[in-house]
Design a protein around this ligand. Structure first.
Ligand SMILES: Nc1ncnc2c1ncn2[C@@H]1O[C@H](COP(=O)(O)OP(=O)(O)OP(=O)(O)O)[C@@H](O)[C@H]1O
Ligand SMILES: [Mg+2]
Length: 250
């Protein structure tokens, strides 16, 4: 179980310190998928970074399986089984994809080919390639996700895994998340704005203005999205004189 209690984060801004997270309280259970969603700038990635130990809260407590990890650094948290696939992944010069997967696996037996398949990359083309600037954004994103799949994690955080990923790979990724959830006991936190990812959620965490605005089942959020669609329909009708076949540009 991962628990955040009364977590506050202040970060530097042009006008001094700004509170980016306010009194975050979360209890996340093993083998569940939590989809974190909400407006841009709301604080989702910051929550992920606090869990990973990349952002230090000014107050509050974080515990994993009843052990206080608040004072642990990134490396210690990685060792404790927390993994984070970045919204914008870093590039590692001089490391091949295979090296990276093997390092991530830390001696556990893995099948690099099937991991590559899971993220929609052809093993033959990619396993022995250096993870350098020649990778496209979508390729890099998928390599980053592959790194997490190679690990045996207690907490796996995926930050906007859909970003820059084509529709075909996206479909496979959804199946991969579903399979990961069935095969492992990990707490999965997926930060996403995608309806199809929301459908995987045991619970949806809505983050807004640095606060947890709501924790709810996917049905409620999906209903809100469908209401947005109907508002969109109205807008279409206004603009295009009732032509229902025009694309909605919401
Ligand atoms: N290192 C930083 N220093 C100062 N402010 C920051 C820093 N990182 C993030 N912020 C600010 O904190 C707020 C929350 O950012 P965060 O990246 O957590 O949002 P988000 O919900 O992940 O948004 P998005 O959906 O756009 O990815 C934003 O206003 C952002 O500008
Ligand atoms: Mg973000």
């Amino acid at each position: 179980m991962l628990k955040m209690e009364h977590v506050d984060v202040f970060l530097d801004s042009d006008n001094g310190k700004r509170q980016v997270l306010k009194d975050i309280n979360l209890t996340l259970e093993q083998k569940k998928i939590y989809v974190m969603t909400g407006p841009n700038g709301g604080g989702k990635s910051t929550i992920a970074k606090v869990i990973m130990g990349m952002v230090i809260p000014s107050g509050g407590k974080i515990s994993l399986d009843h052990t206080d990890i608040t004072g642990m650094n990134i490396t210690e948290r990685a060792r404790a089984g927390i993994g984070y696939a970045f919204q914008t992944p870093p590039r590692f010069k001089g490391l091949t994809v295979r090296d990276m997967l093997e390092l991530s696996a830390r001696g556990n037996e893995i099948d690099p080919c099937s991991i590559m398949y899971d993220v929609g990359l052809c093993a033959q083309d990619y396993l022995d390639r250096d993870i350098n600037t020649t990778f496209s954004g979508g390729e890099l994103k998928r390599v980053e996700i592959a790194g997490l799949l190679a690990r045996q994690l207690k907490v796996a955080i995926f930050d906007e895994p859909e970003a820059g990923i084509d529709l075909w790979s996206f479909q496979r990724l959804i199946e991969t998340f579903d399979r990961m959830n069935r095969k492992s006991d990990a707490i999965m936190i997926i930060i996403s704005h995608q309806e199809r990812i929301l459908r995987l959620a045991d619970q949806v965490i809505l983050v807004k203005d640095g606060e947890i605005a709501e924790i709810t089942g996917q049905e409620k959020i999906l209903e809100e999205i469908s209401l947005l669609d109907s508002r969109c329909e109205c807008k279409k009708n206004c603009i295009k004189g009732g032509n229902e076949n025009v694309d909605c540009d919401r």
